[in-house]
Each structure stands twice: as structure tokens, then as C-alpha cells.
Design a protein around this ligand. Structure first.
Ligand SMILES: [Zn+2]
Length: 348
């Protein structure tokens, strides 16, 4: 057995000690005194390759082991239940397999937070934001769209606008409490599109109205947008993409501005997830069927939008393209979505 030093808690002086275990307690003989320490009051440090191992005792007393094997032997004999997890950790924490599994757990944890906790938190926050904040944010987005020249006044006649609005208002809605205000704008650079703001303000572009073959197609797109509003998708996107930077800004005491900027920038560059698009399509299918409109109309419009999009893409310059594509990507009409809409048209 190598040397073991005892510190009595009142002086920094080390006393060579004789240490053994008896009846579940550590017995220490040092400096002419005897000490009995019960197992529950024993606190070993972790073992490290380059430093001596200590066992801390009550009243600032401590044992210092010149050889860790002696400490291990003593702790084995003591066999204290409360030290089992710590001793297990001590035996493994420097091994590669432990470090790599700890790293794997860490990665899985971060992934789980990103995939499950963040969306759920965004959803919960988005559902609880007061209508006022949604209105302020949505208004700032419309203002920004206009002042930046993204959108211009609609060229549709007042009669045509009123006709479309009346047709949409006349439709039965799956949920009458969902807010909805229709805005007509023109945006030749953006092309055929429509998008929903968190407040229920829906922007319908002339280009979409013009590319549509029937009003039923336009009503289908508006039903789809109402689905985004009903599920608060835009708000969930904003909250989710902004949760981190918002936290930082809130900490820096600047969150009023951040919320507005975040709202505008996220909506302008937003890409709804596949799940969100599917939910909005499902909403549109339900609503169209309630009103004896065929969901296939929406599928047809998606095909027309896509066709127009491909044509206009080949006519735009590189620099124009990036800003335009962002908005259009809010509604990627995948073959899967088109097939779902057509299939829904076949069933009652
Ligand atoms: Zn959509």
C-alpha cells in the first residue's frame, strides 16, 4: 500500500494515515487520533491520470491517495450504494467508447430538439400570439412589399375584384372563426402566386388570376391559403426560424424591431414544409367539396402555375431570379400533391 495522507480540516498539514474499512465505515488513524467516517459521508473525486485522488470527508477533512489503486480498493470494500453511479462513471468516462456514445447521445438530443421540440414550441407560441401582434406584423409586411416595389396596385377592375371576393365570401368554410381579408396586387416579377399572412390577410396576385382557366381554380387557391391561415403556418415558420435570433435580441432588449423585421423577411423568403402544404391542400379539398367544387381544379391550376413559372424563369436574369424564386417556392406543386388533389376529386 502506497502512502495515504490525511488532512484534519483545521490545518493544511498532511499527516500520514493508516486507513481501513470496518462495519461499513472508514477508520482513519493519523497524528495520534482515530476517526470513524460512515460510508454516506464519503465523497471521492474522479480519478485522473496526472493528479492524486482525494476522498472528501465531513468537516473539511480529506484523504489523499498517492496510488489510485488504494483508493479503489478502499471504495470496493466500503461498497457504498450512493457511490455506485459515480464509480461507474469514473471507470468509463475517459474511454473512447464512452466519449463516442456520449457524443452520439448529444447529437441525437440536438436532432430531437430541432425536429420535435422546436416545431412543437413554435406551434404552441404561434397559437397563443395575440391577434394584435399578428395584424401589426402582417401590415408591416404588406407595407414593405409595396414600398420595396415587390408588388404594385392591381390592374384588375374593381368589378372583377368585387366578383372574386363575393364568390369567395359565399363559400361555406370548414371553420368560420378563421380570419380572412383579400388583397389584390400585381407583381409581374413574381408571377402567378398567392400567399397568406398570419393575420388572415391573403395576397392574390393578378398574374395568378390571369393564368387561371376558371374562377373555381382561384377559389381553390384561396381555400388553400385559408388552410395556411387556419393552421397558422406562416406564424409557425416565423417563430421557428426566429426563435434563436429572437431570444438573442430579446436579451439585447431590441425585440420589437426584430419581430417586425423577422416577420417581413421570413414571409418574403418562406418555404412552407411539405407537411404544411399537405395540411393546406387537405383544408382546400375539404372546403372545395363542401361547396361542390372539384379539387381537381386546384391541381389544374398548380400545373398552369408551374408551366408559367418555367417559362418566366427562362426569361429572367440571374440577379432577378433569386428574389423571385424565393416567393414562388412557397408553393412547390409537387406531382405527389397534384395526384392527391386529383384522387380526392374522385371520392365523395
Ligand atoms: Zn401553400
Amino acid at each position: 500500500m502506497a502512502r495515504i495522507d490525511f488532512y484534519d480540516g483545521s490545518s493544511a498539514h498532511a499527516h500520514e494515515a493508516r486507513v481501513f474499512v470496518q462495519d461499513g465505515a472508514i477508520i482513519i488513524h493519523a497524528n495520534g487520533h482515530g476517526y470513524t467516517i460512515v460510508a454516506s459521508e464519503v465523497e471521492p473525486t474522479l480519478s485522473t491520470p496526472n493528479a492524486r485522488r482525494f476522498i472528501h470527508l465531513p468537516h473539511h477533512m480529506a484523504l489523499e491517495f498517492h496510488d489510485n489503486a488504494d483508493a479503489e480498493h478502499l471504495l470496493d470494500e466500503l461498497n457504498a450504494a450512493h457511490l455506485k453511479p459515480m464509480r461507474w462513471f469514473d471507470k468509463h468516462y475517459r474511454s473512447w467508447s464512452f466519449i463516442s456514445s456520449a457524443f452520439a447521445v448529444f447529437v441525437v438530443l440536438i436532432a430531437a430538439i430541432y425536429l420535435f421540440v422546436l416545431p412543437a414550441a413554435s406551434d404552441a407560441i404561434a397559437q397563443r400570439l395575440p391577434a394584435d401582434s399578428l395584424n401589426i406584423m402582417s401590415q408591416s409586411v404588406i407595407t414593405e412589399l409595396e414600398s420595396s416595389g415587390y408588388v404594385k396596385a392591381s390592374t384588375l377592375s374593381a368589378t372583377r375584384q368585387a366578383e372574386l371576393l363575393a364568390k369567395f365570401n359565399a363559400l361555406k368554410k370548414p371553420d368560420t372563426s378563421v380570419p380572412f381579408t383579400l388583397h389584390f396586387f400585381s407583381a409581374p416579377d413574381i408571377g402567378p402566386n398567392a400567399f397568406a399572412l398570419p393575420s388572415g390577410d391573403v395576397v392574390l396576385l393578378d398574374e395568378l388570376v390571369n393564368v387561371a382557366n376558371s374562377d373555381a381554380q382561384i377559389l381553390g387557391v384561396l381555400s388553400h391559403e385559408l388552410g395556411h391561415v387556419a393552421h397558422r403556418h406562416t406564424m409557425r415558420n416565423i417563430v421557428q426560424s426566429g426563435i434563436v435570433s429572437f431570444a438573442v435580441s430579446a436579451w439585447l432588449d431590441d425585440y420589437g424591431n426584430t419581430l417586425l423585421n423577422l416577420g417581413a423577411s421570413t414571409i418574403l423568403s418562406q418555404k412552407y414544409s411539405r407537411d404544411f402544404e399537405r395540411e393546406a391542400d387537405d383544408y382546400a379539398i375539404k372546403m372545395m367539396k363542401m361547396n361542390n367544387l372539384s379539387p381537381a381544379e386546384l391541381a389544374d391550376l398548380f400545373v398552369l402555375m408551374e408551366k408559367q413559372q418555367t417559362e418566366s424563369n427562362s426569361n429572367t436574369t440571374e440577379s432577378e431570379e433569386s428574389s423571385i424564386i424565393d416567393l414562388l417556392q412557397s408553393h412547390p406543386p409537387t406531382p405527389e400533391r397534384i395526384a392527391t388533389l386529383r384522387a380526392a376529386a374522385q371520392t365523395k
